[in-house]
Design a protein around this ligand. Sequence first.
Ligand SMILES: Nc1ncnc2c1ncn2[C@@H]1O[C@H](COP(=O)(O)OP(=O)(O)OP(=O)(O)O)[C@@H](O)[C@H]1O
Ligand SMILES: [Mg+2]
Length: 228
Amino acid sequence: MPVLAIINAKGGSGKSTVSTTVSAYAAKVGVQLILGDLDPQHSVRTWLRLRPSSLPAISGWLLDAGRAFRTPVGVTHAILDTPSGLSGYHLARVVMASNLVIVPVAASAFDREAAEACIENMRRMPRVVSGLCVLAILGMRIPKGSSAERVTRAWAVGLDIKFLGVVHYSPLYISLVDAGSSVFDDAGEDATGLRDDWMPLIDWLGETYFGTLPKPEPKRVPQRIVNN
Ligand SMILES: Nc1ncnc2c1ncn2[C@@H]1O[C@H](COP(=O)(O)OP(=O)(O)OP(=O)(O)O)[C@@H](O)[C@H]1O
Ligand SMILES: [Mg+2]
């Protein structure tokens, strides 16, 4: 079963936002996915508890970083949300269990430096060296129109790690968490407008993780009314 882990030892980098957003997309397109929560803060559990039953259901999976991961039957894909500060043995265990790792990185040099240390640890691991686990970087909470987008891209290219673009800053992400929702659930004009940022990541997961899947429906374009 393909396992996608969202990892960055730096706190608040956007791991739980990526985990929940990708899970919501997967649920929407009908993937039998399980969302694993390795974080003692249990952000994922909170989000699942807040998630209305009217939205596509997502199975949660509370995991103990010190125990073996035994995947429940009936699911085809797993996503692991991991805690900040993940390092050493615990980091190695998650990477050993994963096929893909997304590293969300926020806008400042503090964020890039902390992420780089975590990436360098992972890329020395035999599973990454051998290509059995592939790393990718996603810019997160990047202010629109700022130089941070260019800087983050150049930094990822310099590290020679797959770059999945950036998710711009929007206060809507906070309300989406509080609603147990995501940009792929909320059909409001503002939320659907944020989906474009996620499409490079979704396309990459389509090739590497999900297989061929339908994309969420495109934004509705108002029809022109022609009066003859
Ligand atoms: N693109 C965005 N724009 C605005 N706020 C965002 C964005 N992405 C995430 N956030 C907010 O930033 C905060 C941190 O994000 P998140 O909880 O996903 O990070 P994390 O890496 O999981 O944190 P931790 O290390 O504590 O687990 C949250 O309040 C989240 O709602
Ligand atoms: Mg988190």
